[in-house]
Design a protein. Sequence first.
Length: 259
Amino acid sequence: MNRLAGKVALVTGAGRGIGAAIARAFAAEGAAVVLAELDGSSAEATAHEIGKQQAGARALAVPTDVTRAASVQAAVAEAERVFGPVDVLVNNAGINVFADPLTMTDDDWRRCFAVDLDGVWNGCRAVLPGMVERRAGSIVNIASTHAFQIIPGCFPYPVAKHGVIGLTRALGIEYAPKNVRVNAIAPGYIETQLTHDWWNAQPDPEAARRATLELPPMKRIGRPEEVAMTAVFLASDEAPFINASCITIDGGRCALHHE
């Protein structure tokens, strides 16, 4: 339970869902965790939960808007002030923007890319100078299976997630000589509040839920904790030669041939 002992980790979008699960897992493995979250109240609640459930855990909530570079840089500065240099960054914050390409507004396009791609770059840019100087660091970007397979009706979200994979690979290669690793995780369907919100927005929520569960070959969807396990691995010293790569967590759906 000490795979991240001595490390300082910053997780964006850590107030709920996958981000909260990653923050909890990192703390359980001994890391000091900074929860950089737009919704300050959810981040505070998760940080409080971590401190209550794990004796000696160090968790700090910092209100952060990933679309603003200055806000992310301020979060990194606060992490360094309280805990020390950031060893691990998880760029998890993201939003779903699904629209018809020809009727989508410019605001929808900009909103999608501001969070899902610019937000990732803002995080990377904020921590890379320190990591390069120390010649050590791990960045984990949360992408999506939308980065590999296009689902009609989901534009422009997959465009941004393709960009996340490109950014991951480019930065991983750029800073490999400095011993800074940049990798991605591509979750498929994961049971988060966003997933429940989508089910509940359908005409028949229960039918929508059943249909979703039938999609992966394992006939279930993933849990946030299962994504967190992989994030721990990539952040740890157990993955020293994994770089510029992406691990898919989707129960095999991307590998399934569809007639």
